[in-house]
Structures are given as structure tokens and as C-alpha cells.
Design a protein around this ligand. Structure first.
Ligand code: 4NP
Length: 158
């Protein structure tokens, strides 16, 4: 049996960007018929919203494009997540910086990526935090994540 490809998406609160990345990337790989070979999850560098569902505004915007955000917020756990996942994909540079600080070894650091590294159409070098903004910010998050999900899938060539 083939080993699963395990991908963890990480943002600050795990209620806007990373739960969306989780649902959008899962939708993409399922559409391509590769759902069974991936394990996909998300987490936050903070525990501010631990146990909460995704932000209602994010869920509403995602649902308009056919994505159901079902995950509950959890905090990134260095001692288990660095061992378990093959790729840990941060939404912005602060998230990436915080993850680097938590890395226990060079091997851990090698698992870290920035989601926009996989963008193909958009020229953003991070996924902006939509939490304190309006509708456009949530729409942009989904645009960037849809684009980078296809790029990430191509990068992995499962
Ligand atoms: P996320 O957005 O990191 O995309 O989940 C945020 C959610 C909550 C907060 C900041 C960003 N907050 O400050 O509570």
C-alpha cells in the first residue's frame, strides 16, 4: 500500500485561511481522483480560537464556491505535527517565521513552505489575513488558495 502524502496548512487563528486551504486543496485532489492518497489537515500558530469552527464570514464565502468548512480550530503542535506531516504550508511570513522558531531540527525546517510559493496566476507572496477586513479579503483568500492548490498538486505530481 502506498504511503499517504500528509499536508498540514497553517495560519494564525486556524479559523479563516488554513481551514479554507484544507477544504479547497481537499476538494481539488478529490476532483482529480486522488483523495485517498492524501491526508490533509490545518492548524493555527496561536490557540486563540481553539475548538471553534471556522469564522462565519469565511464559511459563507467558501460555501458560495461550493466548499464546506468543517474543521475545528486547533493549535500547531511541534512535537507531533513535525513528525507526522510531510509538508507544512504556511499562509504568510509571520506564520512561517513562527513555525521556523518551533522547528526542532533541519529536517523539520525542510518541511516548511509558503502557500503562495505554489501560485501560478496570482502575484502575491502571502495570503493576506482577512479577519479585520471586508468581503473582498475573504474572496481574495479563496482566489489565492484555489490557484495555489492547483500549483501544489502539480508540484507533488502524485
Ligand atoms: P486566520 O485569521 O489566521 O486566517 O485564521 C485570523 C483569525 C483570528 C485572528 C487573526 C487572524 N485573531 O486575531 O483573533
Amino acid at each position: 500500500m502506498n504511503k499517504k502524502i500528509k499536508v498540514l496548512f497553517v495560519c494564525l487563528g486556524n479559523i479563516c485561511r488554513s481551514p479554507s486551504a484544507e477544504a479547497i486543496f481537499r476538494g481539488y485532489v478529490e476532483k482529480k481522483g486522488f483523495g485517498k492518497i492524501f491526508e490533509i489537515d490545518s492548524a493555527g500558530t496561536s490557540g486563540y480560537h481553539q475548538g471553534e469552527p471556522a469564522d462565519a464570514r469565511m464559511r459563507r464565502h467558501a460555501s458560495k464556491r461550493g466548499y464546506k468548512l468543517t474543521s475545528l480550530s486547533r493549535k500547531f503542535e511541534p512535537d507531533t505535527d513535525f513528525d507526522h506531516f510531510d509538508m507544512i504550508v504556511a499562509m504568510d511570513r509571520d506564520n512561517l517565521h513562527d513555525l521556523k522558531q518551533m522547528a526542532r531540527s533541519k529536517e523539520d525546517e525542510k518541511k516548511l513552505y509558503l502557500m503562495t510559493d505554489f501560485s501560478t496566476e496570482f502575484d502575491y507572496n502571502y495570503v493576506p489575513d482577512p479577519y479585520y477586513g471586508g468581503d473582498q479579503g475573504f474572496e481574495l483568500v479563496i482566489d489565492l488558495l484555489e490557484d495555489a492548490s492547483s500549483g501544489l498538486f502539480s508540484h507533488l505530481k502524485p
